[in-house]
Design a protein around this ligand. Structure first.
Ligand SMILES: N#Cc1ccc(Nc2nc(N)cc(-n3ccc(CO)n3)n2)cc1
Length: 287
């Protein structure tokens, strides 16, 4: 179910960092099509050799992404296996991960943030309709294909990345470190990863988007992160009550009480109307 790419058709360029058990590089792939040489920018995601036992899960995650297509789902060109290297070859998304962009950019408009949130909600709705759980929704896995520029009125465009190695394959500490993105019920039973888990993670990701890409509960050690769930805590709420309400609805400790994607999209639409007028009033006050 995968296009196999020949190792010799790939070129590695600079390293771009690492995820859990993976390293990512900018690269290029070379295709010869109708006698012409085509060079395409790609993102090469290498699975650490010492985690070879996860390679099925690594590729399974990617194959999920390549069996369905959606404008906000990252395109996976295929995989390349060569000696001890397992590599996933993805489309290179121009502006990289959203969390780093938000940290770098600092101030993007409320409508920019809501536009990104709505795009994420729409791809989650698409996955929900196919009864597919992503399992690793967070700002780091949202890639920015278009920056969008408020002054030019062009809007951002995001792509949801592959979920990476399945949470059932990860050690407990890695799962604990994913608090507060990982739904509480997944801690108890990782195999019970269900659609509702993505709603919880959506709430944590919305919090990131409206907090400048800062990681929620950053700096808490694993013990304190676990206590956060054991004492049913909520993330610090925004002054914007409607936004805070949506985040806490998504981050409901009872999975069944979390809103449907349609409800999330409806609530985002009403935030967009109230949010942009709030912003206009704020701007008028400044003038
Ligand atoms: N400076 C800079 C810069 C870095 C990366 C890209 N592009 C890109 N393309 C992808 N397909 C995936 C990713 N990822 C980044 C983190 C993860 C974790 O999942 N993925 N980055 C563009 C600019």
């Amino acid at each position: 179910q995968f296009h196999m790419i020949k190792y010799e058709d790939l070129r590695w360029c600079e390293s771009l960092g690492q995820g859990s058990f993976t390293r990512i590089f900018k690269g290029s792939k070379i295709d010869i099509r109708d006698g012409e040489r085509h060079v395409t920018d790609v993102l090469l995601k290498e699975l650490d050799a010492n985690h070879k036992n996860c390679w099925e899960s690594f590729f399974e995650a990617a194959s999920l992404m390549s069996q369905i297509s959606h404008k906000h789902l990252l395109l996976v060109y295929g995989i390349s296996v060569h000696r001890s290297k397992n590599v996933m070859v993805q489309e290179f998304v121009k502006f990289g991960a959203l969390d780093l962009f938000l940290k770098r950019e600092g101030s993007v408009s409320v409508s920019w943030k809501l536009d990104v949130a709505k795009q994420l909600a729409s791809v989650l709705n698409f996955l929900e309709e196919k009864n597919i759980t992503h399992g690793n929704i967070c700002a780091k896995n949202l890639l920015l294909a278009r920056e969008g520029d408020a002054s030019q009125g062009s809007s951002p465009f995001i792509k949801l990345s592959d979920p990476g190695i399945n949470v059932t394959m990860l050690g407990r500490d890695v799962v604990l470190d994913r608090i507060p993105w990982v739904a509480p019920e997944v801690l108890e039973a990782p195999e019970r990863l269900e659609l509702e888990c993505d709603k919880w993670s959506f709430g944590a990701t919305l919090w990131e988007i409206f907090n400048g890409g800062q990681a929620p509960l950053q700096g808490l050690d694993l013990e304190r992160k676990l206590q956060f769930y054991e004492t049913y805590k909520q993330l610090p709420s925004s002054e914007w009550t409607e936004l805070a309400d949506l985040i806490s609805q998504c981050m409901n400790y009872q999975p069944a009480f979390r809103p449907s994607c349609r409800s999330i999209i409806r609530q985002l639409n009403s935030l967009i109307t109230s949010g942009t007028s709030r912003e206009l009033i704020a701007v008028k006050k400044l003038q």
